[in-house]
Design a protein around this ligand. Sequence first.
Ligand code: CP
Length: 386
Amino acid sequence: MFSSTLPIQFLLGRSETMKIRWNDFPHVYEMQQFSAEDMEAIIGHTLAMEDAMAALKPLPRLSQPHPWNVRLLFYEPSTRTEMTFIDAALALGCNFHAVKDPKTFSSAIKGESSFAAVAAYGCTGGMGYLRQSDMLIIRHNEDNATRRAAEIINAALDDKEPRLSLAAINAGDSKNQHPTQALVDLATIFKERQNGSHPLDDLTVLFPGDLQRSRVINSLLYSFGKFGHDHHISVIFCCPKGFGPKVEILEYLARHHVAFEFRFKKNDFVGSLPEADVVYMNRLQRERVKIGEKKIRRKRRRAYVFWADYLRYLKDGAFVMHPLPINEDPADPPPEIDPKLMPLAHTNDLRCAWFRQSHRGKPMRTALLDIIFAAMDEEMTAIKAI
Ligand code: CP
C-alpha cells in the first residue's frame, strides 16, 4: 500500500502547511489512530469547508474531481451519519451506493461472512485492481467491525503490486467508537470556543447520565487524551455508580493527563453546571440496555435531564452539546433535553449547540473524504507512472 502524505493548511491561528497521515491511514476505526496535530488539521479543513458551504462558494478541496466509489454499509440505522456521508460523497463528485440494512438485503442473510463481504465489496483478493469500491463506510452492531475490515483490506493489499488504497471508515461500531462523530464534536468545540487562547485550554466538560455504552463519548474521551499533555482539560462524570466509562478509558485519560472526577449523587448534575464550559448530553442507548435494567434507569434518568431552567446555571460562553438523536419517544420519557429548549436551539441560541454540532457533520465528513481522496490521487498518479 502507498504511504502518501499531503499538505494541509492549518487554520487555527498558524499559517504553516503540515503533512497529515494518521496511523493506519487511510482507515478510520478509532480515535487512538490520530495525533493532536492530525485532528487539528482535519478540524481546520472542516471549518474551511463549513465556511465555503455556508457562503455557497467553491469548496477548498485538496483532491481532484474523480468519481470515487463510496459504499455505505449500515448494519444499524442512522439519520445524520448516513446522510452526511452521502452528502460529502456527492459534494466531492463521487459515486455512492448505500446498501440499506445489509443484514437483510445483502448475502449476509445467506450466511456470508464479513471477510467474504469485505472481499466482495472491496474486490480484494486476486483481482483487486478491478476495484468494486474505493471506500467502505461501515456502521455495525459488532464492536471493532471496521477495524477487522481494515485488517482484511491491509492483508489483501500487502503485496508487491502497487495497488490503490481502499479505506474502511467507522460510522459507529456498536458500543465501541464513533470517530467521525468525535471529530464533529471537536470541530464544534474549536469553532464555538474561539476566545483568543487554544479552544481546549482550561476546558471543563460535564458528561451526565449513562456513560457506559456511548460509543460517541468513548471516542471523544480518547480524543481528549491526545490533547491532555499540552492543554488543561478536565472532565466531570455525573452518573449513578457503575454507569461510568470503561476502566480502560479512565486509565487512558489518567495516562494522558486529562483530569477526571466522578460525582454520583442525584443533585450533582445540576450542582456541577456552573463549572462546565461544555455540557455533553447523551441519550440512554436503549437498543443496548437489557429489559430488566430499563425500569431502574427510567427512575434515575430524571436526575440527568437538562431542564429548560438549567440554562441559568451555565457560565458565560458555556454551551450544551448532544450528538443526537435525542430520545423523544413518548412511551419512554423524559427526553434527556427538555423539549422546551428545542425552539431556542432551532433559532441558534449560542447556549444550545446541538443542531449546529449536527450540521457540522457534512463539512467534517467532506473534509475527511477530501483528505483521503487527495492521497489516493497521488497514489493513482504514481501507479500510472510505473
Ligand atoms: N450522531 C449520530 O450518529 O446520529 P445517527 O445515528 O442519526 O447517524
